[in-house]
Structure formats: C-alpha cells, structure tokens
Design a protein around this ligand. Structure first.
Ligand code: TXA
Ligand code: MG
Length: 362
C-alpha cells in the first residue's frame, strides 16, 4: 500500500480525502496536541481491527475514542458520571481522556473487550476538523508501531507505518509530546490510570475532591497490575539499553561519567540525555540536551524524539538524568522509567558531602 502524506498548510487545507477514508472504514494518521493518532471509525468493528493490525498491537489493549462535542460522549456512554461534565468543562478540548461505561453503540473491538470506553476531545484544529468532516467518532491510539515511542512528528509516523496505512496528515510537530492523562470515572473515586499534562492537583482543583493514582503505576515495585491495559506492556523502549540516574546534580554527572568510561573501555558506544545546563559536563559519544531544567514543557516535548534519534545513532547504552519537574514531572518520569524498563540508579552520597555541595536534586 502506498502511504500518502498531506501537508497541512493552513486551517483551510483540504482534508476531504482523509474524511472520506475514515467514512469508508480506512485508517488515517493525524496530529493531536499530545502525539499523533492512528484514526479509524470508532463505531465500526472492522475499522478498529485494522488499527490493531497496522500497529501490531495486542487486541486486548483498548483504543481512545476522539470526539469534537460533549454530546458525542453522551451518545456512546451507558452512564455519564457527574465528574465527566465538570472535567470536560475544565479541560476539553485538551490532553485528558475519561473512562466511562460504554453502551451498545461501541463495538468490543474498539474497547479491547471492555465494558468501559476511553473518550477524549483533542485540542488540535486538524483532529477536530477530521472528526467533524468525517461525521465519525474516531478511535485512535498513538500512531507508532507497538513498542516504539509515540510519534511527535509526521516523519515518525511514516517511519513506523509506511506501506501499512493509506494517509498521514502532516500538521508539523505536536505541542505537548506526551500522551493524555487518563482518568477513570467508573469507580467511587476518580483515578489517574496514566499521568499526563493535566496533573492530579489540576483535576482535584476542578472536582473539589480527592483523585487517586492507580497503585499499579508504581511499576517494578508494584504488586498490583495497572488498570489501563496499555500501561502493563513494555512501551516506548529504545533499541539501546536505557538507564536513568537519580540524585544530586553533581553526583549524577560524576556517576554517569564513570559508567560511560567503563562502557567505553568495554568497547561500547554510549549516549547521555541531559538538561541543557549539565550537557557540557558529559564525556559520552553522543550527549543530547532535552531542554532547560526550568522549561518542563520542552523536556516533555523532546523526550520521544530523542529516544527515536538514539535508535538511529546505534548506541549500545544511554544514560539519562532524571526530570522530576513540578507540574509534568510525574508524566515525564512515568514514560522515561518505562522506556528504561525500570532500570534506575539512585545515587546517594554520604550526607556530609551533600551539605558541602548544596546543589539541587535532579
Ligand atoms: O494523547 C493520547 O491519549 C493519544 C492521542 C492520539 O489521543 N492516544 C493514545 O492512545 O495515547 P494509546 O492507545 O496509545 O493509549 C491508550 C491508553 C492505553 O494504555 C489503553 O490501555 C488505555 O488508554 N485505555 C483505553 N481504553 C481504556 C479503558 N476502557 N479502560 C482502561 N484503560 C483504557
Ligand atoms: Mg500508545
């Protein structure tokens, strides 16, 4: 199959061909504000099946249904929890997905066999136009091959899905770069199943109630399984071995440089992901800056692109600084630590030394 790319030049670029494909039950990759999505008619079982086939995705991993109007959530939900309206008013269109009970209009192919459905109104003009012009609700997972980082540019989608889908709408680089926050509204207390740009404090402020974090997200340390089926798969994994190093800034630099030296002596090619402030202090084969430490939006936006670039550089091992930033740090670290297969080195130097240094923890 030939994969065509339509470059979106303006709000009036014709996307009729994309809308026709969606209506015909075919696949179209399109930009959203979080990552690129691989879309198909959410209410057609056959169309949903094609998504799993193109991505190589396990069929028990449900899709997110993208809508352009709140009434479309009401159309597919068996029950609309009161929190859904409040959160939609606060954050839609935007990077938040709500899990609600589904009704019979949504095929089990879309929900991976579950009786609940994930719904999101994306904040991107092309995504909203595609939903409106096709007249369809659009099921869309991230538009990567299963196991690759989510695509933040059309080129990433092409790299993964060339020859497997008919069309990519190229709307340029995305704004956020991490997938949406998933909030489960099917139980007593709202629960975050996947952290994202909309954080716990923002949700609690809008709802005026407590919001829980899925205990299964603790990863390697957790005895519970994550509630979002997708969070249990090893995702976002670069080809190289990735190890996150956590601790005071100077100690992290020292530890990474020692590890890099050891690897070099063993004949391995090394890479480092660093904040712009510490970038110059590393001696690896490839040192990349993810952005300034205060600019957490940039760190989130660059993460997946950097992981893909490292695959192309064919390094054997990548060491990354840790980025526990205040607002989206939880989401950034969730993705980074997963990409690392939970390999985290915590550097703890004796307290006397830490006092002497007085530098920040990273
Ligand atoms: O930002 C995003 O959410 C992007 C863009 C394209 O909208 N989409 C995205 O989709 O990240 P995907 O398929 O890569 O991730 C969907 C996640 C998976 O972890 C899946 O298991 C979970 O949502 N999910 C979907 N439906 C669910 C349900 N009914 N219950 C629990 N988890 C669900
Ligand atoms: Mg995904």
């Amino acid at each position: 199959m030939h994969t065509k790319i339509i470059k979106i030049e303006s709000e009036t670029t014709d996307i009729g061909e994309a809308a026709d494909l969606i209506r015909a039950g075919e696949l179209v990759a399109f930009p959203t504000e979080t990552v690129y999505g691989l879309g198909a008619d959410a209410l057609k079982a056959d169309a949903a099946r094609k998504i799993y086939a193109a991505k190589g995705r396990p069929s028990d991993n449900p899709l997110i249904v993208h809508i352009a109007d709140f009434s479309q959530l009401e159309y597919i939900a068996a029950k609309v929890p009161k929190e859904a309206k409040i959160l939609a008013d606060a954050f839609w269109p935007g990077p938040m997905t709500l899990i609600v009970p589904k009704n019979g209009r949504v095929p089990y192919e879309t929900t991976g066999g579950m009786d609940t459905v994930a719904v999101r109104m994306p904040n991107h003009p092309v995504a909203l136009r595609l939903i409106r012009e096709s007249g369809c609700l659009i099921a869309a997972p991230s538009a990567n091959r299963s196991g690759k980082p989510s695509p933040t540019e059309a080129g990433h989608v092409f790299c993964d899905l060339d020859g497997r889908i008919p069309l990519i709408l190229d709307g340029g680089a995305v704004g956020i770069g991490l997938e949406s926050t998933i909030v489960d509204l099917t139980e007593e207390t709202p629960m975050i199943l996947r952290p994202g740009y909309i954080n716990k404090a923002m949700l609690e402020e809008a709802l005026h109630t407590e919001v829980k974090l899925d205990p299964g997200l603790a990863g390697a340390d957790s005895v519970e399984r994550p509630k979002a089926p997708g969070m249990k798969y090893k995702h976002y994994a670069p080809d190289a071995d990735l190890i996150v190093v956590e601790g005071k800034s100077a100690d992290v630099v020292e530890t990474i440089n020692a590890l890099v030296l050891e690897m070099k002596e063993a004949g391995k090619k090394t890479g480092v992901i660093a904040a712009s402030e510490t970038r110059e202090r590393y001696r690896a084969d490839h040192v990349v800056s993810i952005g300034a430490r205060e600019d957490e939006d940039a760190i989130a936006r660059h993460l997946y692109k950097l992981l893909r670039e490292f695959d192309a550089l064919r390094v054997d091992v990548i060491y990354s600084e840790s980025f526990q930033t205040p607002r989206i740090g939880q989401a950034i670290m969730n993705r980074l630590v997963k990409a690392a297969g939970h390999q985290v080195i915590k550097v703890e130097k004796p307290p006397e030394r830490q006092n002497e240094r007085n530098d920040e923890t990273v």
